[in-house]
Design a protein around this ligand. Structure first.
Ligand code: NI
Length: 250
């Protein structure tokens, strides 16, 4: 069985959520962790956690939300994080891809949420784009663990995160022809990764033209099995165990 440790299940992307959940189950995905990372999204994900037994949540404010999040919002987040079925804080982090002139503000929002995670003893799900150094420097200030979501960096960066106690979230990028991620995965091995789709984005090969969902997770697992030279069963077993450990799932 598989766990999709990171996806965005929302009526914004899918017309029929019941159908998506049914397809996920049929494809061998036993649990999914939905990430709610803006104000509207966080409200919506609780509906799904309530409705579906196999849905868990991480919630937190994405760096792109930096201009609209107040300290009151963070207070509210703190109390929501203590709800049933919430298993982590995220995705939170730094994104300098499009906007670079608000770095200080992004770091401040990131640190406030890391502090909450540390206090509540919850794992974090980290979004880091074009911001490796600041992400590492900021994470080092807090006693937290978790997942580097959608990891696609170098082996050197991977080893730094692993040494800090993080797992790498491996998704569809590992199946892309021009990606070096498969070489990194082969080197770091199964003990350091969890699987995710980040759906509706980043659909794995050979379904690139389709909207992603957790039902395609097995193609990511198969690619990982191929590059590590092991069976898909072993990939499922080890990544499931890693995800259960990180997010304290039964
Ligand atoms: Ni995401």
């Amino acid at each position: 069985m598989l766990i999709d440790t990171h996806c965005h299940l929302s009526s914004e992307y899918y017309d029929d959520i019941d159908e998506v959940i049914r397809e996920n189950r049929e494809s061998g995905v036993s649990k999914i962790i939905i990430s709610g990372c803006d104000k509207k999204g966080i409200k919506e994900v609780f509906e799904y956690a309530k409705k579906y037994e196999d849905v868990f949540l991480t919630i937190g404010y994405h760096p792109e939300e930096v201009d609209v999040i107040s300290d009151d919002d963070l207070q509210e987040l703190r109390s929501l994080l203590q709800s049933e079925k919430v298993v982590g804080v995220g995705e939170i982090g730094l994104d300098y891809h499009y906007v670079k002139d608000n770095r200080d503000k992004q770091i401040a929002l990131f640190e406030k949420q890391l502090k909450i995670a540390e206090e509540l003893k919850l794992p974090v799900v980290i979004h880091s784009r074009d911001a490796v150094k600041d992400t590492i420097d900021t994470l080092k200030k807090y006693k937290v663990k978790g997942v580097i979501h959608c990891f696609s960096g170098s082996l050197e960066t991977a080893l730094i995160y692993i040494k800090m106690g993080y797992k790498l979230g491996i998704g569809g990028v590992v199946t892309f022809k021009n990606s070096k991620l498969s070489e990194v995965v082969a080197k770091v091995g199964l003990s350091n990764i969890v699987l995710e789709t980040d759906s509706p984005y980043l659909t794995p090969v050979p379904f690139r033209s389709k909207k992603n969902s957790s039902k395609y997770l097995k193609y990511i697992a198969q690619k990982v099995a191929d590059v590590c030279g092991v069976s898909i069963n072993l990939v499922e077993e080890e990544t499931m165990r890693n995800a259960q450990d990180v997010f304290d799932l039964q």
